[in-house]
Design a protein around this ligand. Structure first.
Ligand code: PLP
Length: 231
């Protein structure tokens, strides 16, 4: 009986070491960098093991998969939605996540705002930015970002906390640096009073560089749980 999750302990040790090392080299000591466990295709047992090791922040990509696992998650888990979100699915997650990181349209923002209001809550959100201008990816273009942040900041039941991105896999340094620039620029303008403190970037293959370029939240799946097995 029981699962052997020692590989997760080992992987986590290495990830924490790498983050600490990059932070010591590139960042000031008071800056916090949060580690998120990205759970797609991972069993709730493995996820709960990561939570028990102190990785309480979870990233969910798929509404249906999340629905099927959430009741089994540890009560310590703090869940952010990070996947592409259709407007008609917001209702399934609005009660149980503390942040939606993948907001890239006014239509989606309005629906989150509407449902959050109905629930009497304020939802933290990030704007997803398609920093590489890739057709296959979601996210607003850097040109549209300010306008979206401005319009979102006018919505009472949404709080814009920052930006999220998945940069192109090649030349990621260039795009991570561009994203840092965009974040600092948008943050300093305090658009519509938005008080931004989250820059969500960095995955298994680029989290060390992401820390170098100012990430405050890295999202790691395969590096923590191993290769994904799709069923
Ligand atoms: C899958 C995913 C990740 C994690 O990717 P890995 O390469 O497995 O670390 C991070 N962010 C988003 C939005 C994802 O969909």
């Amino acid at each position: 009986m029981g699962n052997d999750f020692r590989y997760i302990d080992e992987n986590l040790k290495e990830i924490r070491y790498n983050i600490a090392e990059a932070a010591a080299k590139y960042r000031s000591p008071e800056e916090q960098i949060r580690l998120m466990a990205v759970t797609k295709t991972v069993s709730y047992e493995a996820v709960n093991h990561a939570v028990s090791l102190g990785v309480e922040l979870l990233g969910e990509n798929r509404v249906q998969e999340y629905q099927s696992k959430k009741n089994y998650y540890s009560s310590l888990a703090d869940v952010h939605f990070i996947g592409h979100l259709q407007t008609n699915k917001v209702k399934y997650i609005v009660d149980s996540v503390s942040m939606i990181q993948s907001v890239d349209s006014l239509k989606l923002a309005s629906e989150i705002n509407r449902l959050a209001e109905a629930k009497g809550r304020v939802m933290d959100v990030l704007c997803e930015v398609n920093v590489g201008g890739e057709e296959s990816k979601s996210g607003v273009s850097p040109d549209e970002l300010e306008e979206l942040v401005l319009r979102m900041s006018e919505m009472k039941n949404i709080r814009v906390r920052g930006l999220m991105t998945i940069p192109p896999p090649v030349d990621s340094d260039v795009f991570l640096a561009r994203m840092q620039e965009l974040f600092l620029e948008t943050k300093s303008k305090k658009i519509g009073g938005a008080d931004m403190d989250v820059l969500s970037m960095g995955m298994t293959h680029d989290y060390v560089q992401a820390v170098k370029y100012g990430s405050t939240l890295v999202r790691i799946g395969t590096g923590l749980f191993g290769a994904r097995v799709y069923k």
